[in-house]
Design a protein around this ligand. Structure first.
Ligand code: C5P
Length: 240
């Protein structure tokens, strides 16, 4: 027998045919990138991918064709195309390809700013006579900046949404990112709160639109945050 979860997902997809995102292509990224040090080790962060997975499910349930680009080893979501990547460079290539014809991109992934300059071909061994190990790191590409370049060349998503996970000066930093990364919408969240941000099922975000609106949302489930994001995206889409 088909699993009950699948039956529910199928019913949701049928109901979604008349949703506000019907006929739209939505690309979502989720999870922290993994930057290889050697064949068995990597540098990463605490992102669980929960926010991005919730965004992908909500987009599907509102009728969109969804591509989820992720580093997270969770089973694929029903009706969602999942592309597995590890590093920021792999994520960049997957995003640029998937968004050429897309309507909406939501970058919920926590992309590492730096990666080890070189990946050791063999597992790095500890030396008996040395106390430490120094890793040379180099800057990763900014995926949203590359998407903005693609947009100014005439293709790429019509609406771009980013996240700003901050530990201080939330509004100033988020607003700067909105402008610098040429976003239509940014979801700003204070990741120092224990009930919001990384690895929990709830989040508290402020949605800032390039068009000028600022909406401070209360503590919500990540699914509810995703719904609020697409409510805003629908308004932006309509204006185009
Ligand atoms: O600059 P910061 O990492 O805080 O920006 C967060 C936003 O930018 C997120 O939406 C994240 O997915 C995106 N990002 C990116 N490429 C990077 C770093 C972050 O697209 N190299």
């Amino acid at each position: 027998m088909v699993e009950p979860d699948e039956v529910v997902s199928m019913a949701r997809m049928v109901l979604a045919r008349t949703g506000d995102l019907a006929g739209q292509q939505v690309v979502v990224t989720a999870g922290g990138t993994r930057e290889a040090i050697d064949p068995v080790r990597f540098v990463s962060n605490y992102s669980s991918g929960k926010m991005g997975f919730a965004i992908a499910e909500v987009a599907r349930d509102r009728g969109a064709a969804v591509t989820l680009i992720t580093t997270v080893n969770r089973p694929p979501l029903f009706g969602i195309e999942k592309i597995h990547v590890n590093s920021a460079q792999q994520m960049l290539e997957a995003v640029l390809t998937a968004t050429r014809e897309a309507d909406v991109l939501v970058m919920a992934a926590a992309v590492a700013d730096f990666r080890p300059e070189a990946i050791a071909e063999q597992k790095i061994k500890k030396q008996v006579d040395t106390e430490g190990l120094t890793l040379e790191m180099v800057r990763n590409p900014d995926i949203l900046a590359e998407v903005a370049k693609q947009k100014s060349a005439g293709y790429g998503p019509r609406v771009t949404v980013g996240f700003a996970a901050e530990t201080e000066d939330l509004m100033t930093n988020a607003t700067n990112k909105l402008t610098r990364k040429k976003l239509d919408l940014i979801a700003a969240n204070d990741v120092t709160a224990t009930d919001a941000g990384f690895a929990v099922d709830t989040n508290r975000v402020t949605l800032i639109a390039a068009a000028g609106s600022v909406e401070e949302l209360p503590l919500m489930s990540k699914v509810e945050v995703a719904e609020a994001i697409f409510d805003k995206v629908s308004q932006l889409n309509l204006k185009r």
